[in-house]
Design a protein around this ligand. Structure first.
Ligand SMILES: Cc1ncc(C[n+]2csc(CCOP(=O)(O)OP(=O)(O)O)c2C)c(N)n1
Ligand SMILES: [Mg+2]
Length: 323
């Protein structure tokens, strides 16, 4: 396991900036949703930022691939998709990353090997295995990271994909983002085991639990996992995390206590990294404020871009579809 001493300032600063950007971006989307500038569903990732940032910072998106769920804003920003194009997508504008036709759940960018944004729980897990099979078949050097929630782990698609991954020894790392709830259901009520990483044993894979609130721990675990996956041992990681907001923007989250939420907010992923960097003398309060101000500015510019962009033409209804 890496210690904070093993990380250089540049990488930690990059990860800190990314997490702040995700937080500010999403806070703004909640506001815009309230103003009805954004329609459809809006699932926020606030509180879970360290998982996407720590994991995706390990990738080379010229050869590696990302698959994720409808809770995809954090992963897209971590992968380097443009905040302007993401905000425009949320506003349903033609300048959006999916031409305004996908919305919150369907961010996509083939140039960055960002394969979405998928709305059906668990359905993208076999797709990730498929991408890993393609990498292996063509003897490429990449790997696949596949993110999904604690609710998806009981879907048949998850178990089928894991089995195939091991049969074919695919270069894939599955990351279960256990944010403790599937909509309003506590994961402990619907799971035969509390430690999901043991499920890897059933398929002869490697499994590990990781503290998903600490970006350095995620970064370390995913680095090790990618090495294993590329050597032919697919991996299942369970990142223990927590979402601060409700399941979607319309969920008041009455199924949990204020104390529980506060407990997690006290181990906020941004604060954990900020404190570690401050203790290591590689971050000052002024620098932190500057990064935060920059993130807010980027988000404001994204909103302006989205507001000013045109709606898709009606003919767009007939493009990018299979018939
Ligand atoms: C196959 C399927 N069943 C049900 C739904 C409705 N649904 C959307 S999100 C969700 C909960 C999933 O929870 P989890 O996997 O823990 O992810 P989280 O939302 O916590 O990130 C459900 C049941 C769906 N989208 N797809
Ligand atoms: Mg969940």
């Amino acid at each position: 396991m890496y210690k904070i001493e093993d990380f250089d300032k540049e990488l930690l600063t990059e990860m800190l900036k990314k997490m702040i950007l995700i937080r500010r971006f999403e806070e703004k989307t909640a506001q815009m949703y309230g103003l009805r500038k954004i329609g459809g569903f809006l699932h926020l990732y606030i509180g879970e930022e360290a998982v996407a940032v720590g994991a995706i910072s390990r990738l080379d998106l010229k050869k590696d691939y990302i698959f994720t769920t409808y809770r995809d804003h954090g992963h897209a920003l971590a992968a380097g998709l443009e905040p302007k194009e993401l905000m425009a997508e949320l506003f349903g504008k033609i300048t959006g990353c999916s031409k305004g036709k996908g919305g919150s759940m369907h961010f996509f960018d083939d140039k960055l090997n960002f394969m979405g944004g998928n709305g059906i729980v668990g359905a993208h897990i076999p797709l990730a295995a498929g991408a890993a099979l393609k990498i292996k078949y063509l003897e490429e050097d990449g790997a696949v990271l596949c993110f999904f929630g604690d609710g998806a782990i009981h879907q048949g698609s998850f178990h089928e994909a894991l089995n195939l991954s091991k049969i074919w020894n695919l270069p894939v790392v599955y990351i279960c983002e256990n944010n403790q709830y599937g909509m309003g259901t506590d994961f402990k009520r619907v799971s035969s085991v509390e430690d999901f990483s043991v499920m890897a044993n059933s398929y002869g894979m490697y499994g590990e639990q990781v503290n998903g609130m600490d970006v350095t721990e995620v970064y370390s675990a995913v680095g090790k996992a990618l090495e294993k996956a590329k050597s032919g041992i697919p991996v299942l990681l369970e990142a223990k995390t927590y979402r601060y907001k409700g399941h979607s923007a319309s969920d008041p989250a009455k199924y949990r206590t204020k104390e529980e939420l506060e407990n997690y907010q006290n181990q906020d992923p941004i604060l954990i990294l900020k404190n570690k960097m401050t203790e290591k003398n590689i971050l000052t309060e002024e620098e932190y404020i500057k990064y935060d101000e920059n993130a807010k500015k980027t988000v404001e510019e994204a909103v302006k871009f989205a507001e000013e962009s045109p709606e898709p033409d009606l003919n767009e209804l007939y493009t990018d579809i299979f018939i």
